[in-house]
Design a protein around this ligand. Structure first.
Ligand SMILES: Nc1ncnc2c1ncn2[C@@H]1O[C@H](COP(=O)(O)OP(=O)(O)OP(=O)(O)O)[C@@H](O)[C@H]1O
Length: 619
């Protein structure tokens, strides 16, 4: 299968040692998204560097003020010096304000573009990807992680650059003013650099762990909200709360580890320069006493050193934010790097079709002649990409012909692969061998879009979206008109209850259509399946979990739906089987028997057992 995705979701990796990764390499991957706003980012960075340099001029004005007007007791000069300082302060504030204005809007655009790209990509990823990835992990990558990335582009990206420049310019000024004092102040730089690189590696791993745990937590919250009826119905709220507490506890432990790491680096980053400033102050005062240093130079020197405090101290936070953003970027691209399927490209047949004159296994349907209409499975085999390598394929040598206009029921024990077989027809998965032919056209030569235009599906769980009833139905065919909607509702026997909704078909049916009854949702899902007048209809157990009264309504709807199309219907109970013209029994990954319900009931013991509801695997 061309579209199989191989990476495991990160849930499996939370407790494993994370691979060493370079934060810079990860962050460089943001470039394609940041590129369109690069001019703004560059201007904003220049403005911030300028603002920071303005702050470094303040100590020089102080030196002039102390050694000049203050020493000469010149009030006019002092007022002028004060005015200069005020002007510099206001300029610095205005420049930082301008920087913020410059980046705010473009960065919101970058975040939106990344989120849009992620959503688009998620839609194009194969079903096998979604089978493996918990939705909470995807949700957290599209929300929290992207916020971290935007924050990085807004602050650490600029300020790591600005602070490095400020520290460099400040160091030159310190050395130029008094090189011996400058060396004392710069002494902590080397140990701090070593400590920062140790911190970065440790914090990067902790950040990754926290973000993965947050994804797991999101999954649990989402499942609890969606499954609230089951949780309440089975009184599982305590065990659910316990599971949630365990996850929050793990997350808290990881957050505390991050806080501890940040605390120790901040401790060093604050203490070492303070000690150096203290030593510089003592040394400088001695030099002033000895008359080898002017008081103004000492004031300027110490003011420069104090002006460098924030750029140095903030490096801890900035590195932490940069590492969180690097982990968030890794997590984002783990999804984006998954190969998407091209819905418009034709696939390639997994293997050549079996020769038409081959001998078929006992009970298999007779192979269809080439070019035959209807839905034909020829020697189809399938195994899930993540199935253990030593297990046999789930489906093997499936040969079945559903004639044009015919309804075939597919019966088998639970877990026998019925849903999997039906998922091959709309190309949710591709067979690993054999071929499927729709009205004489090999499915492998059709694009997914073409295949889905021919085939409509209604799954066992009739998922509805938070949209109006009409919009939910029209998802089945975006070109459908009002007439088609009315016809589909009528065919699915949904007209009556839809018209009785407060706003008719314009009524919002709520998240997952929860405000509707099971039977109503099932009928809307049927209407969605038939609105595009599909040539082929695949129904996965359409009468599951219905009460007797609703079952009769949906059954009546189904009879009308099935009379208009060629259909394959997964069936568990006789009432559904009776809707079909013939029945195929799936057993041991193969079609074990094909016939009418009564024939199979009479001739096939396994079928009879399944239909009586006594079979081990029957439901
Ligand atoms: N995405 C998947 N990856 C790996 N194995 C899977 C996947 N989906 C289903 N399976 C396995 O394939 C087997 C067949 O599942 P399938 O849902 O097709 O059975 P079914 O006959 O429709 O069952 P039921 O009657 O209970 O709905 C099961 O053992 C299931 O665990």
């Amino acid at each position: 299968m061309a579209d199989t995705a191989q990476t495991s979701p990160p849930t499996d990796r939370t407790d494993l040692p994370q691979p060493q990764h370079s934060a810079v390499r990860s962050l460089l991957r943001l470039w394609p998204f940041a590129r369109p706003v690069r001019a703004r980012l560059l201007i904003a960075a220049c403005v911030a560097v300028l603002a920071s340099c303005v702050s470094l001029v303040i100590p020089l004005v102080l030196k002039w003020l102390v050694d000049g007007p203050v020493a000469a007791r010149d009030p006019g000069g002092v007022w002028l010096g004060g005015a200069y300082l005020l002007l510099l302060g206001v300029t610095e504030a205005l420049l930082f304000g301008l920087r913020r204005r410059l980046v705010a809007r473009p960065l919101a655009r970058v975040e939106a573009a990344m989120r849009e790209a992620l959503y688009r990509h998620l839609q194009r990823l194969p079903v096998s990807f979604h089978d493996r990835w918990p939705s909470g992990q995807l949700l957290s990558r599209g929300t929290t992680d992207l916020q971290l990335v935007r924050l990085f582009l807004a602050f650490p990206l600029t300020f790591l650059l600005v602070n490095a420049t400020t520290i460099l310019v400040g160091a030159v000024l310190l050395l130029a003013q008094r090189w011996s004092l400058g060396l004392v102040l710069l002494a902590p730089v080397l140990p701090l650099m070593v400590l920062c690189s140790v911190f970065e590696a440790k914090y990067g791993r902790a950040a990754r762990r926290t973000q993965d745990q947050l994804g797991d937590l999101t999954t649990v919250v989402e499942e609890s909200v969606l499954g609230i009826r089951i949780i309440k119905g089975f009184g599982r709220h305590r065990s659910q709360a316990r599971a949630f507490r365990q996850l929050t506890h793990a997350l808290r432990t990881s957050e505390l580890r991050k806080a501890r790491l940040l605390a120790w680096i901040l401790g060093f980053i604050t203490t070492l320069p303070e000690i150096a400033i203290g030593a510089g102050l003592v040394l400088g005062t001695l030099q002033v006493t000895e008359g080898v240093l002017s008081p103004g130079t000492l004031v300027a020197f110490l003011s420069t050193a104090l002006a460098l405090r924030w750029p140095v101290e903030s490096i801890g936070f900035l590195l932490a934010m940069a590492n969180e953003a690097a982990s968030a970027t890794d997590r984002y691209f783990e999804v984006m790097d998954e190969p998407a399927v091209d819905e418009t490209a034709a696939g390639t047949a997994a293997t050549a079709a079996p020769p038409p004159d081959r001998t078929t296994a006992a009970g298999q349907d007779t192979p269809a002649a080439p070019g035959t209409g209807g839905l034909v499975f020829s020697g189809v085999a399938f195994r899930y990409p993540d199935a253990p390598p030593d297990t046999p394929p789930l489906l093997q040598d499936i040969t079945l012909h559903i004639r044009p206009g015919e309804t075939m029921a597919l019966v088998g024990a639970t877990g026998s692969g019925k849903t999997t077989l039906t998922a091959l027809v709309p190309r949710l998965y591709d067979p690993t061998a054999g071929r499927i032919v729709l009205d004489g056209r090999d499915l492998a030569t059709l694009s997914r879009d073409e295949a889905r235009a021919l085939v409509a599906v209604a799954f066992e769980e009739p998922t509805l979206f938070s949209a109006t009833a009409a919009e939910n139905v029209l998802m089945g065919d975006e070109d459908a008109q009002d007439d088609d909607l009315r016809r589909a509702l009528a065919v699915a026997q949904a007209e009556g209850f839809v018209d009785a909704l407060p706003d008719g078909s314009a009524t919002q049916v709520g998240e997952q259509g929860l405000s509707l009854s099971g039977g109503q949702r099932q009928r809307l899902a049927l209407a969605r399946a038939v609105v595009g007048r599909p040539r082929f209809l695949i129904l996965d157990d359409p009468l599951s979990a219905l009460d007797v009264h609703t079952e009769a309504l949906v059954e009546a709807a189904l009879r009308r739906v099935l009379s208009t199309t060629t259909a394959l219907v997964v069936a568990h109970r006789p009432s559904t089987v009776l809707l079909a013209d013939r029945v195929a029994l799936l057993s041991g990954g193969r079609i074990a028997a094909v016939g009418t319900h009564h024939q199979l009931l009479r001739d096939n013991r396994e079928y009879a057992t399944l239909m009586s509801g006594e079979g081990e695997g029957a439901r």
